[in-house]
Ligand binder design. Structure first.
Ligand code: NDP
Length: 370
């Protein structure tokens, strides 16, 4: 089994440098079909829009399987039981899910609920002795994020954040190119992340449940993207907020924020996060010896990317399928993704978000150390 696993890893590692090999559907099918290692048994908490997308994507996973649900809506539990053959003993609600500690058939819980609930739910899952996969943003403050990291450490369980782009093939190829020095020294990043949000009564526009507005939900992609594309964490932040609809976007719920980040190397980033400007899904990076552009950059795909060397051609695979297989490997074998997605990584983004909010509020340049 271990030699088979080595073979799979070798194919994956060499895929970045050998697009023709990676593009071969037969080879991919042969390697995937041969998997007979451990399978991560996952319960999803929060059977909403994204939870449904993850469940569907997991049908194609080789190393992870949906085996349980935690939900406040009995009718959804019934539907999911039928759709994914989930036994009654693996179904919980928000009052009784601590009992999951006695369920040996579940290894991990994937929390896909509103942001403001993640901290408390993560701590409860950790105390039940199960690994936690938590959606982004991991929490609604740095303090909450740190509590989650500490609770998972104390319980000796993993805490992974749902940064699906860290497993996306074109994103990985571009990060690898930057690591190889193919862009020279990264100098400038531009990130645009936004869409026009609908229903004004949804939790995403409720400060308690969302922790903010566009920045927590979609702006975080430009923050995380700047860090993995440039390969550096910021040391200062400036930000400017624009609000055209204070009824829909109440106090503490940001509509549009432009922000700038400075890095120790001298690189700079200029980003836009919005709930009121459509078609914002683009990354651009200019280095001393080359450039990259991704558009779309973080949507569900296919992602498109090009550089000074030409178009990227890695095939599209459903992001959440790759993510869940990758997370299973991380949990079982410690195999890290190209850039980390653990709780500490989530806390870094929370620190940047808090600094952006402070900079937007005060109009001052905020120094940051992460
Ligand atoms: P939805 O509103 O579609 O679903 C959230 C689900 O959480 C609900 O359906 C409900 O499920 C459960 N829930 C529990 N308590 C509440 C509450 N008080 N109010 C509302 N729902 C509650 O949201 P999404 O699925 O779009 O987002 C969930 C999380 O996933 C967020 O953190 C979001 O940022 C993240 N996300 C990540 C994406 C990514 O690409 N990585 C994409 C989209 C979202 P039930 O009825 O089963 O209890």
């Amino acid at each position: 089994m271990s030699s088979r696993r080595n073979f799979i890893e070798k194919v994956t590692v060499s895929a970045i440098g050998m697009p023709l090999l990676f593009n071969s559907p037969n080879l991919l099918a042969a390697t995937e079909a041969s998997y007979d290692g451990p399978v991560l048994r996952v319960a999803i908490m929060g059977l909403g829009s994204y939870g449904s997308r993850v469940a569907k994507a997991m049908v194609d996973c080789k190393k992870a399987k949906l085996v349980g649900v935690i939900s406040g809506t009995p009718s959804k539990i019934k539907d999911w039981q039928a759709k994914y053959s989930i036994p009654k003993k693996n179904c919980y609600n928000y009052d009784n899910f601590d009992a999951i500690k006695d369920n040996d058939d579940i290894d991990a819980v994937y929390i896909i609920t509103p942001n403001g609930l993640h901290c408390d739910q993560t701590i409860r899952v950790a105390k039940a002795g199960k690994h936690v996969i938590c959606e982004k943003p991991m929490a609604i403050s740095v303090a909450e994020g740190q509590k989650m990291v500490d609770a998972c450490k104390a319980a000796k369980v993993k805490l992974l954040i749902g940064y699906r782009m860290h497993y996306e093939p074109k994103t990985k190829a571009l990060i690898q190119m930057r690591m190889n020095g193919e862009f020279g020294t990264p100098k400038f990043f531009q990130g645009q992340s936004g869409f026009v949000i609908g229903d004004p009564t949804q939790w995403r526009l409720n400060k308690e449940l969302a922790g903010g507005g566009a920045m927590m939900d979609i702006g975080i992609y430009s923050i995380n993207g700047a860090r993995y594309i440039l390969g550096e964490d910021p040391i200062w932040i400036t930000a400017q907020e624009t609000k055209t609809d204070p009824v829909k976007f109440k106090e503490g719920v940001d509509e549009t924020i432009q922000f700038q980040m400075g890095f120790a190397s001298g690189a700079v980033a200029n980003c836009l996060s919005s709930y009121n400007i459509g078609n914002l899904d683009r990354f651009y990076m200019s280095g001393s010896d080359g450039w990259l552009e991704m558009k779309p950059s973080t949507g569900y795909g296919p992602i498109k990317g090009r550089t000074h060397k030409g178009e990227l051609n890695q095939p599209h695979v459903t992001h959440q399928t790759l993510q869940m297989d990758g997370m299973a490997e991380l949990i079982f074998n410690g195999k890290q993704p190209i850039v980390p997605l653990d709780g500490e990584e989530g806390v870094k983004d929370m620190k940047i978000i808090e600094a952006i909010f402070e900079a937007a509020k005060t109009g001052k340049k905020v120094e940051i150390s992460i």
